[in-house]
Design a binder for this molecule. Structure first.
Ligand code: SF4
Ligand code: MG
Length: 319
């Protein structure tokens, strides 16, 4: 609810704070149990910061994070500890996120050691079970991350995320670093695991193509703001926000009939430390008008579960 994460910008000889990067700026949405919500945006849109803040890997600047009915936005580390096992992250680069000096068995077992509830034998059985669930052989236990391909390493990262039976997993571009041929295998695996483990997913990606299959709903971020969010079929078949429309026009569609005119955005992504006034998208929006330069559009309901932040859908009387 109204989540904000600002990073200070230092400058001058004294390295004083001279401004802020509003990486996440007043973002509100719901995440339903058992669903997959895709969050899409260019680099610099704040999507990874949003994910890290939701898991309290970063402290929010303002706003609330309500997880299973509890506001966790200000909990101390000690109070967060029992909650942390319920929320896990699968990272973009499976090589950087796996300790190269630990065997795969040790990597997957590590979170269980912290909890100290299982015997050695139970931990070993659990590691073997998890390896099988992610499609790796039990022998993988004794090997090291460098002995595996990128796709296999991501399977190891997923197994580790599942060790403590989490309820909620954030995938921060978990397939972006993988070959296209391997991407769908890992996505399919994550879908199967979602059913087996009753998981809720927030799935971060930089284009709408990657999350299309896996998502139930999709949210689009631009410069720290949520531009639009809605059920998958609405976002792909009836996108309302000009930015969603532009993003979608660059996703290749095999279906010739539905081929869209490619919308070319003007200019570059503005600096997040100096975002445009009014609608943050107005410097690149083909539909921008006077009001967009001065007034920030609120996220408003547009039928079913679709919400959009754009003045094309508000009347002056809404102010
Ligand atoms: Fe474009 Fe204006 Fe809508 Fe922003 S509010 S997306 S600038 S039309
Ligand atoms: Mg699903």
């Amino acid at each position: 609810r109204n989540l904000k994460k600002y990073f200070p910008v230092k400058g001058g000889v004294l390295q004083r704070t001279i401004g802020h990067v509003k990486a996440v700026d007043d973002v509100s949405f719901d995440l339903y149990e058992g669903e997959t919500l895709g969050i899409v945006g260019e680099s610099g849109s704040g999507k990874s910061t949003l994910g890290r803040t939701l898991l309290r890997l970063l402290d929010p600047t303002d706003g609330q994070i309500i997880f299973q009915g509890n506001d966790i936005s200000k909990l101390s580390n000690r109070k967060m500890r029992p909650i942390r096992k319920d929320m896990q992250m699968v990272f973009q680069d499976p090589f950087a996120s796996l300790n190269p000096r630990m065997s795969v068995g040790e990597i997957i077992e590590e979170p269980m050691l912290v909890q100290r509830t299982l015997t050695r034998k139970e931990r070993k059985d659990k590691v073997i079970d998890l390896l099988e669930k992610v499609g790796l052989s039990p022998e993988a236990r004794t090997k090291y991350p460098h002995e595996f391909s990128g796709g296999q390493r991501q399977r190891i990262g997923i197994a580790r995320a599942l060790t403590m039976n989490p309820k909620f997993i954030i995938g921060d571009e978990p397939v972006s670093a993988l070959d296209v041929s391997v991407q769908s295998q890992v996505l399919n695996l994550m879908e199967d695991l979602q059913d087996d483990f009753n998981l809720t997913y927030l799935f971060i990606a930089h284009d709408l193509g990657v999350v299309k299959h896996i998502s139930d709903r999709v949210g689009v971020m631009y410069l720290g703001k949520l531009a639009e969010i809605g059920p998958k079929h609405k976002i792909y078949d009836n996108p309302l926000h000009p930015y969603t429309q532009a993003l979608l026009s660059s996703v290749p569609v095999p279906d010739v009939e539905r081929k869209r005119e490619k919308i070319k955005l003007q200019g570059e992504l503005p600096s997040p430390s100096n975002p445009p006034k009014g609608c943050v998208f107005h410097t690149r929006c083909p539909e921008a008008h006077e009001r967009c330069r001065v007034e920030i559009p609120e996220l408003i309901h547009q039928g079913e579960e679709q919400y959009v932040a754009c003045h094309l859908y508000t009347s002056e009387s809404d102010i």
